[in-house]
Design a protein around this ligand. Sequence first.
Ligand SMILES: Nc1ncnc2c1ncn2[C@@H]1O[C@H](COP(=O)(O)OP(=O)(O)OP(=O)(O)O)[C@@H](O)[C@H]1O
Length: 230
Amino acid sequence: MAMIEFHDVSKLYPGGSAALSDVSLSIASGELVFLAGPSGAGKSTLLKMIAAIERPSTGRVLVNGQDVGGIKPRGLPYLRRKLGLILQEQRLLMDRKVLANVMLPLVVTGAAVEHAEKRARAALEKVGMLSKAGSMPQTLSGGEQQRVAIARAIVHRPQVIIADEPTANLDRDSANLVLSTLEAFHSAGVTCVVSTHDEYFLDRADRVIYLSQGRVTEAWQRNPVVEDAA
Ligand SMILES: Nc1ncnc2c1ncn2[C@@H]1O[C@H](COP(=O)(O)OP(=O)(O)OP(=O)(O)O)[C@@H](O)[C@H]1O
């Protein structure tokens, strides 16, 4: 079943040229898909459309069958509950401990503090960062901070993880750990869409969609999933 579908999606930013042009793609439930392409190709724009942070100028974006392009503000929390977002502009709060950072998405949606803390500890354990729960973010390496950001993104157990360049500026070992963390969620059935510049990861990927100047220029799949005919 398709979790994410783009049908002839174009995006024009006000006053700008087309950030995306006629993009059509389908991502199945449980897939791990990499989005590649040069800076400015439209990767961030595409990811933000899945979360309805940006809206298509034309075309349709469906998440779990729901058209999210025209979603009303009151429908956004329902959509966002399904999604775990690791976006470039969402840094950790440096004046709060790791645990508080990961609890925050639950606390702001009204969860009880004890419940939020329990969930946050479980999320930190999943990304191998529970021992740093009491640390301040600036005492962590870039890769560790990124794993905390992943814990924050999955604390509400989303069906889909959207990660925009989660390994940017990391050394190879840290990048590998971040990627293994995402792969573990994929193995647990979570749909993952991850943008990257890193050829090393693209070589290992099962499915890559290349964007250039807002268009899908290449897309391949190493081991195509054979749909069960039944
Ligand atoms: N809010 C905005 N307003 C106007 N133009 C924008 C906005 N966001 C992105 N753009 C433009 O849209 C195009 C695609 O940008 P986008 O950030 O989606 O690319 P990207 O592939 O994610 O690049 P990078 O790898 O550098 O993050 C670029 O030309 C960019 O300048």
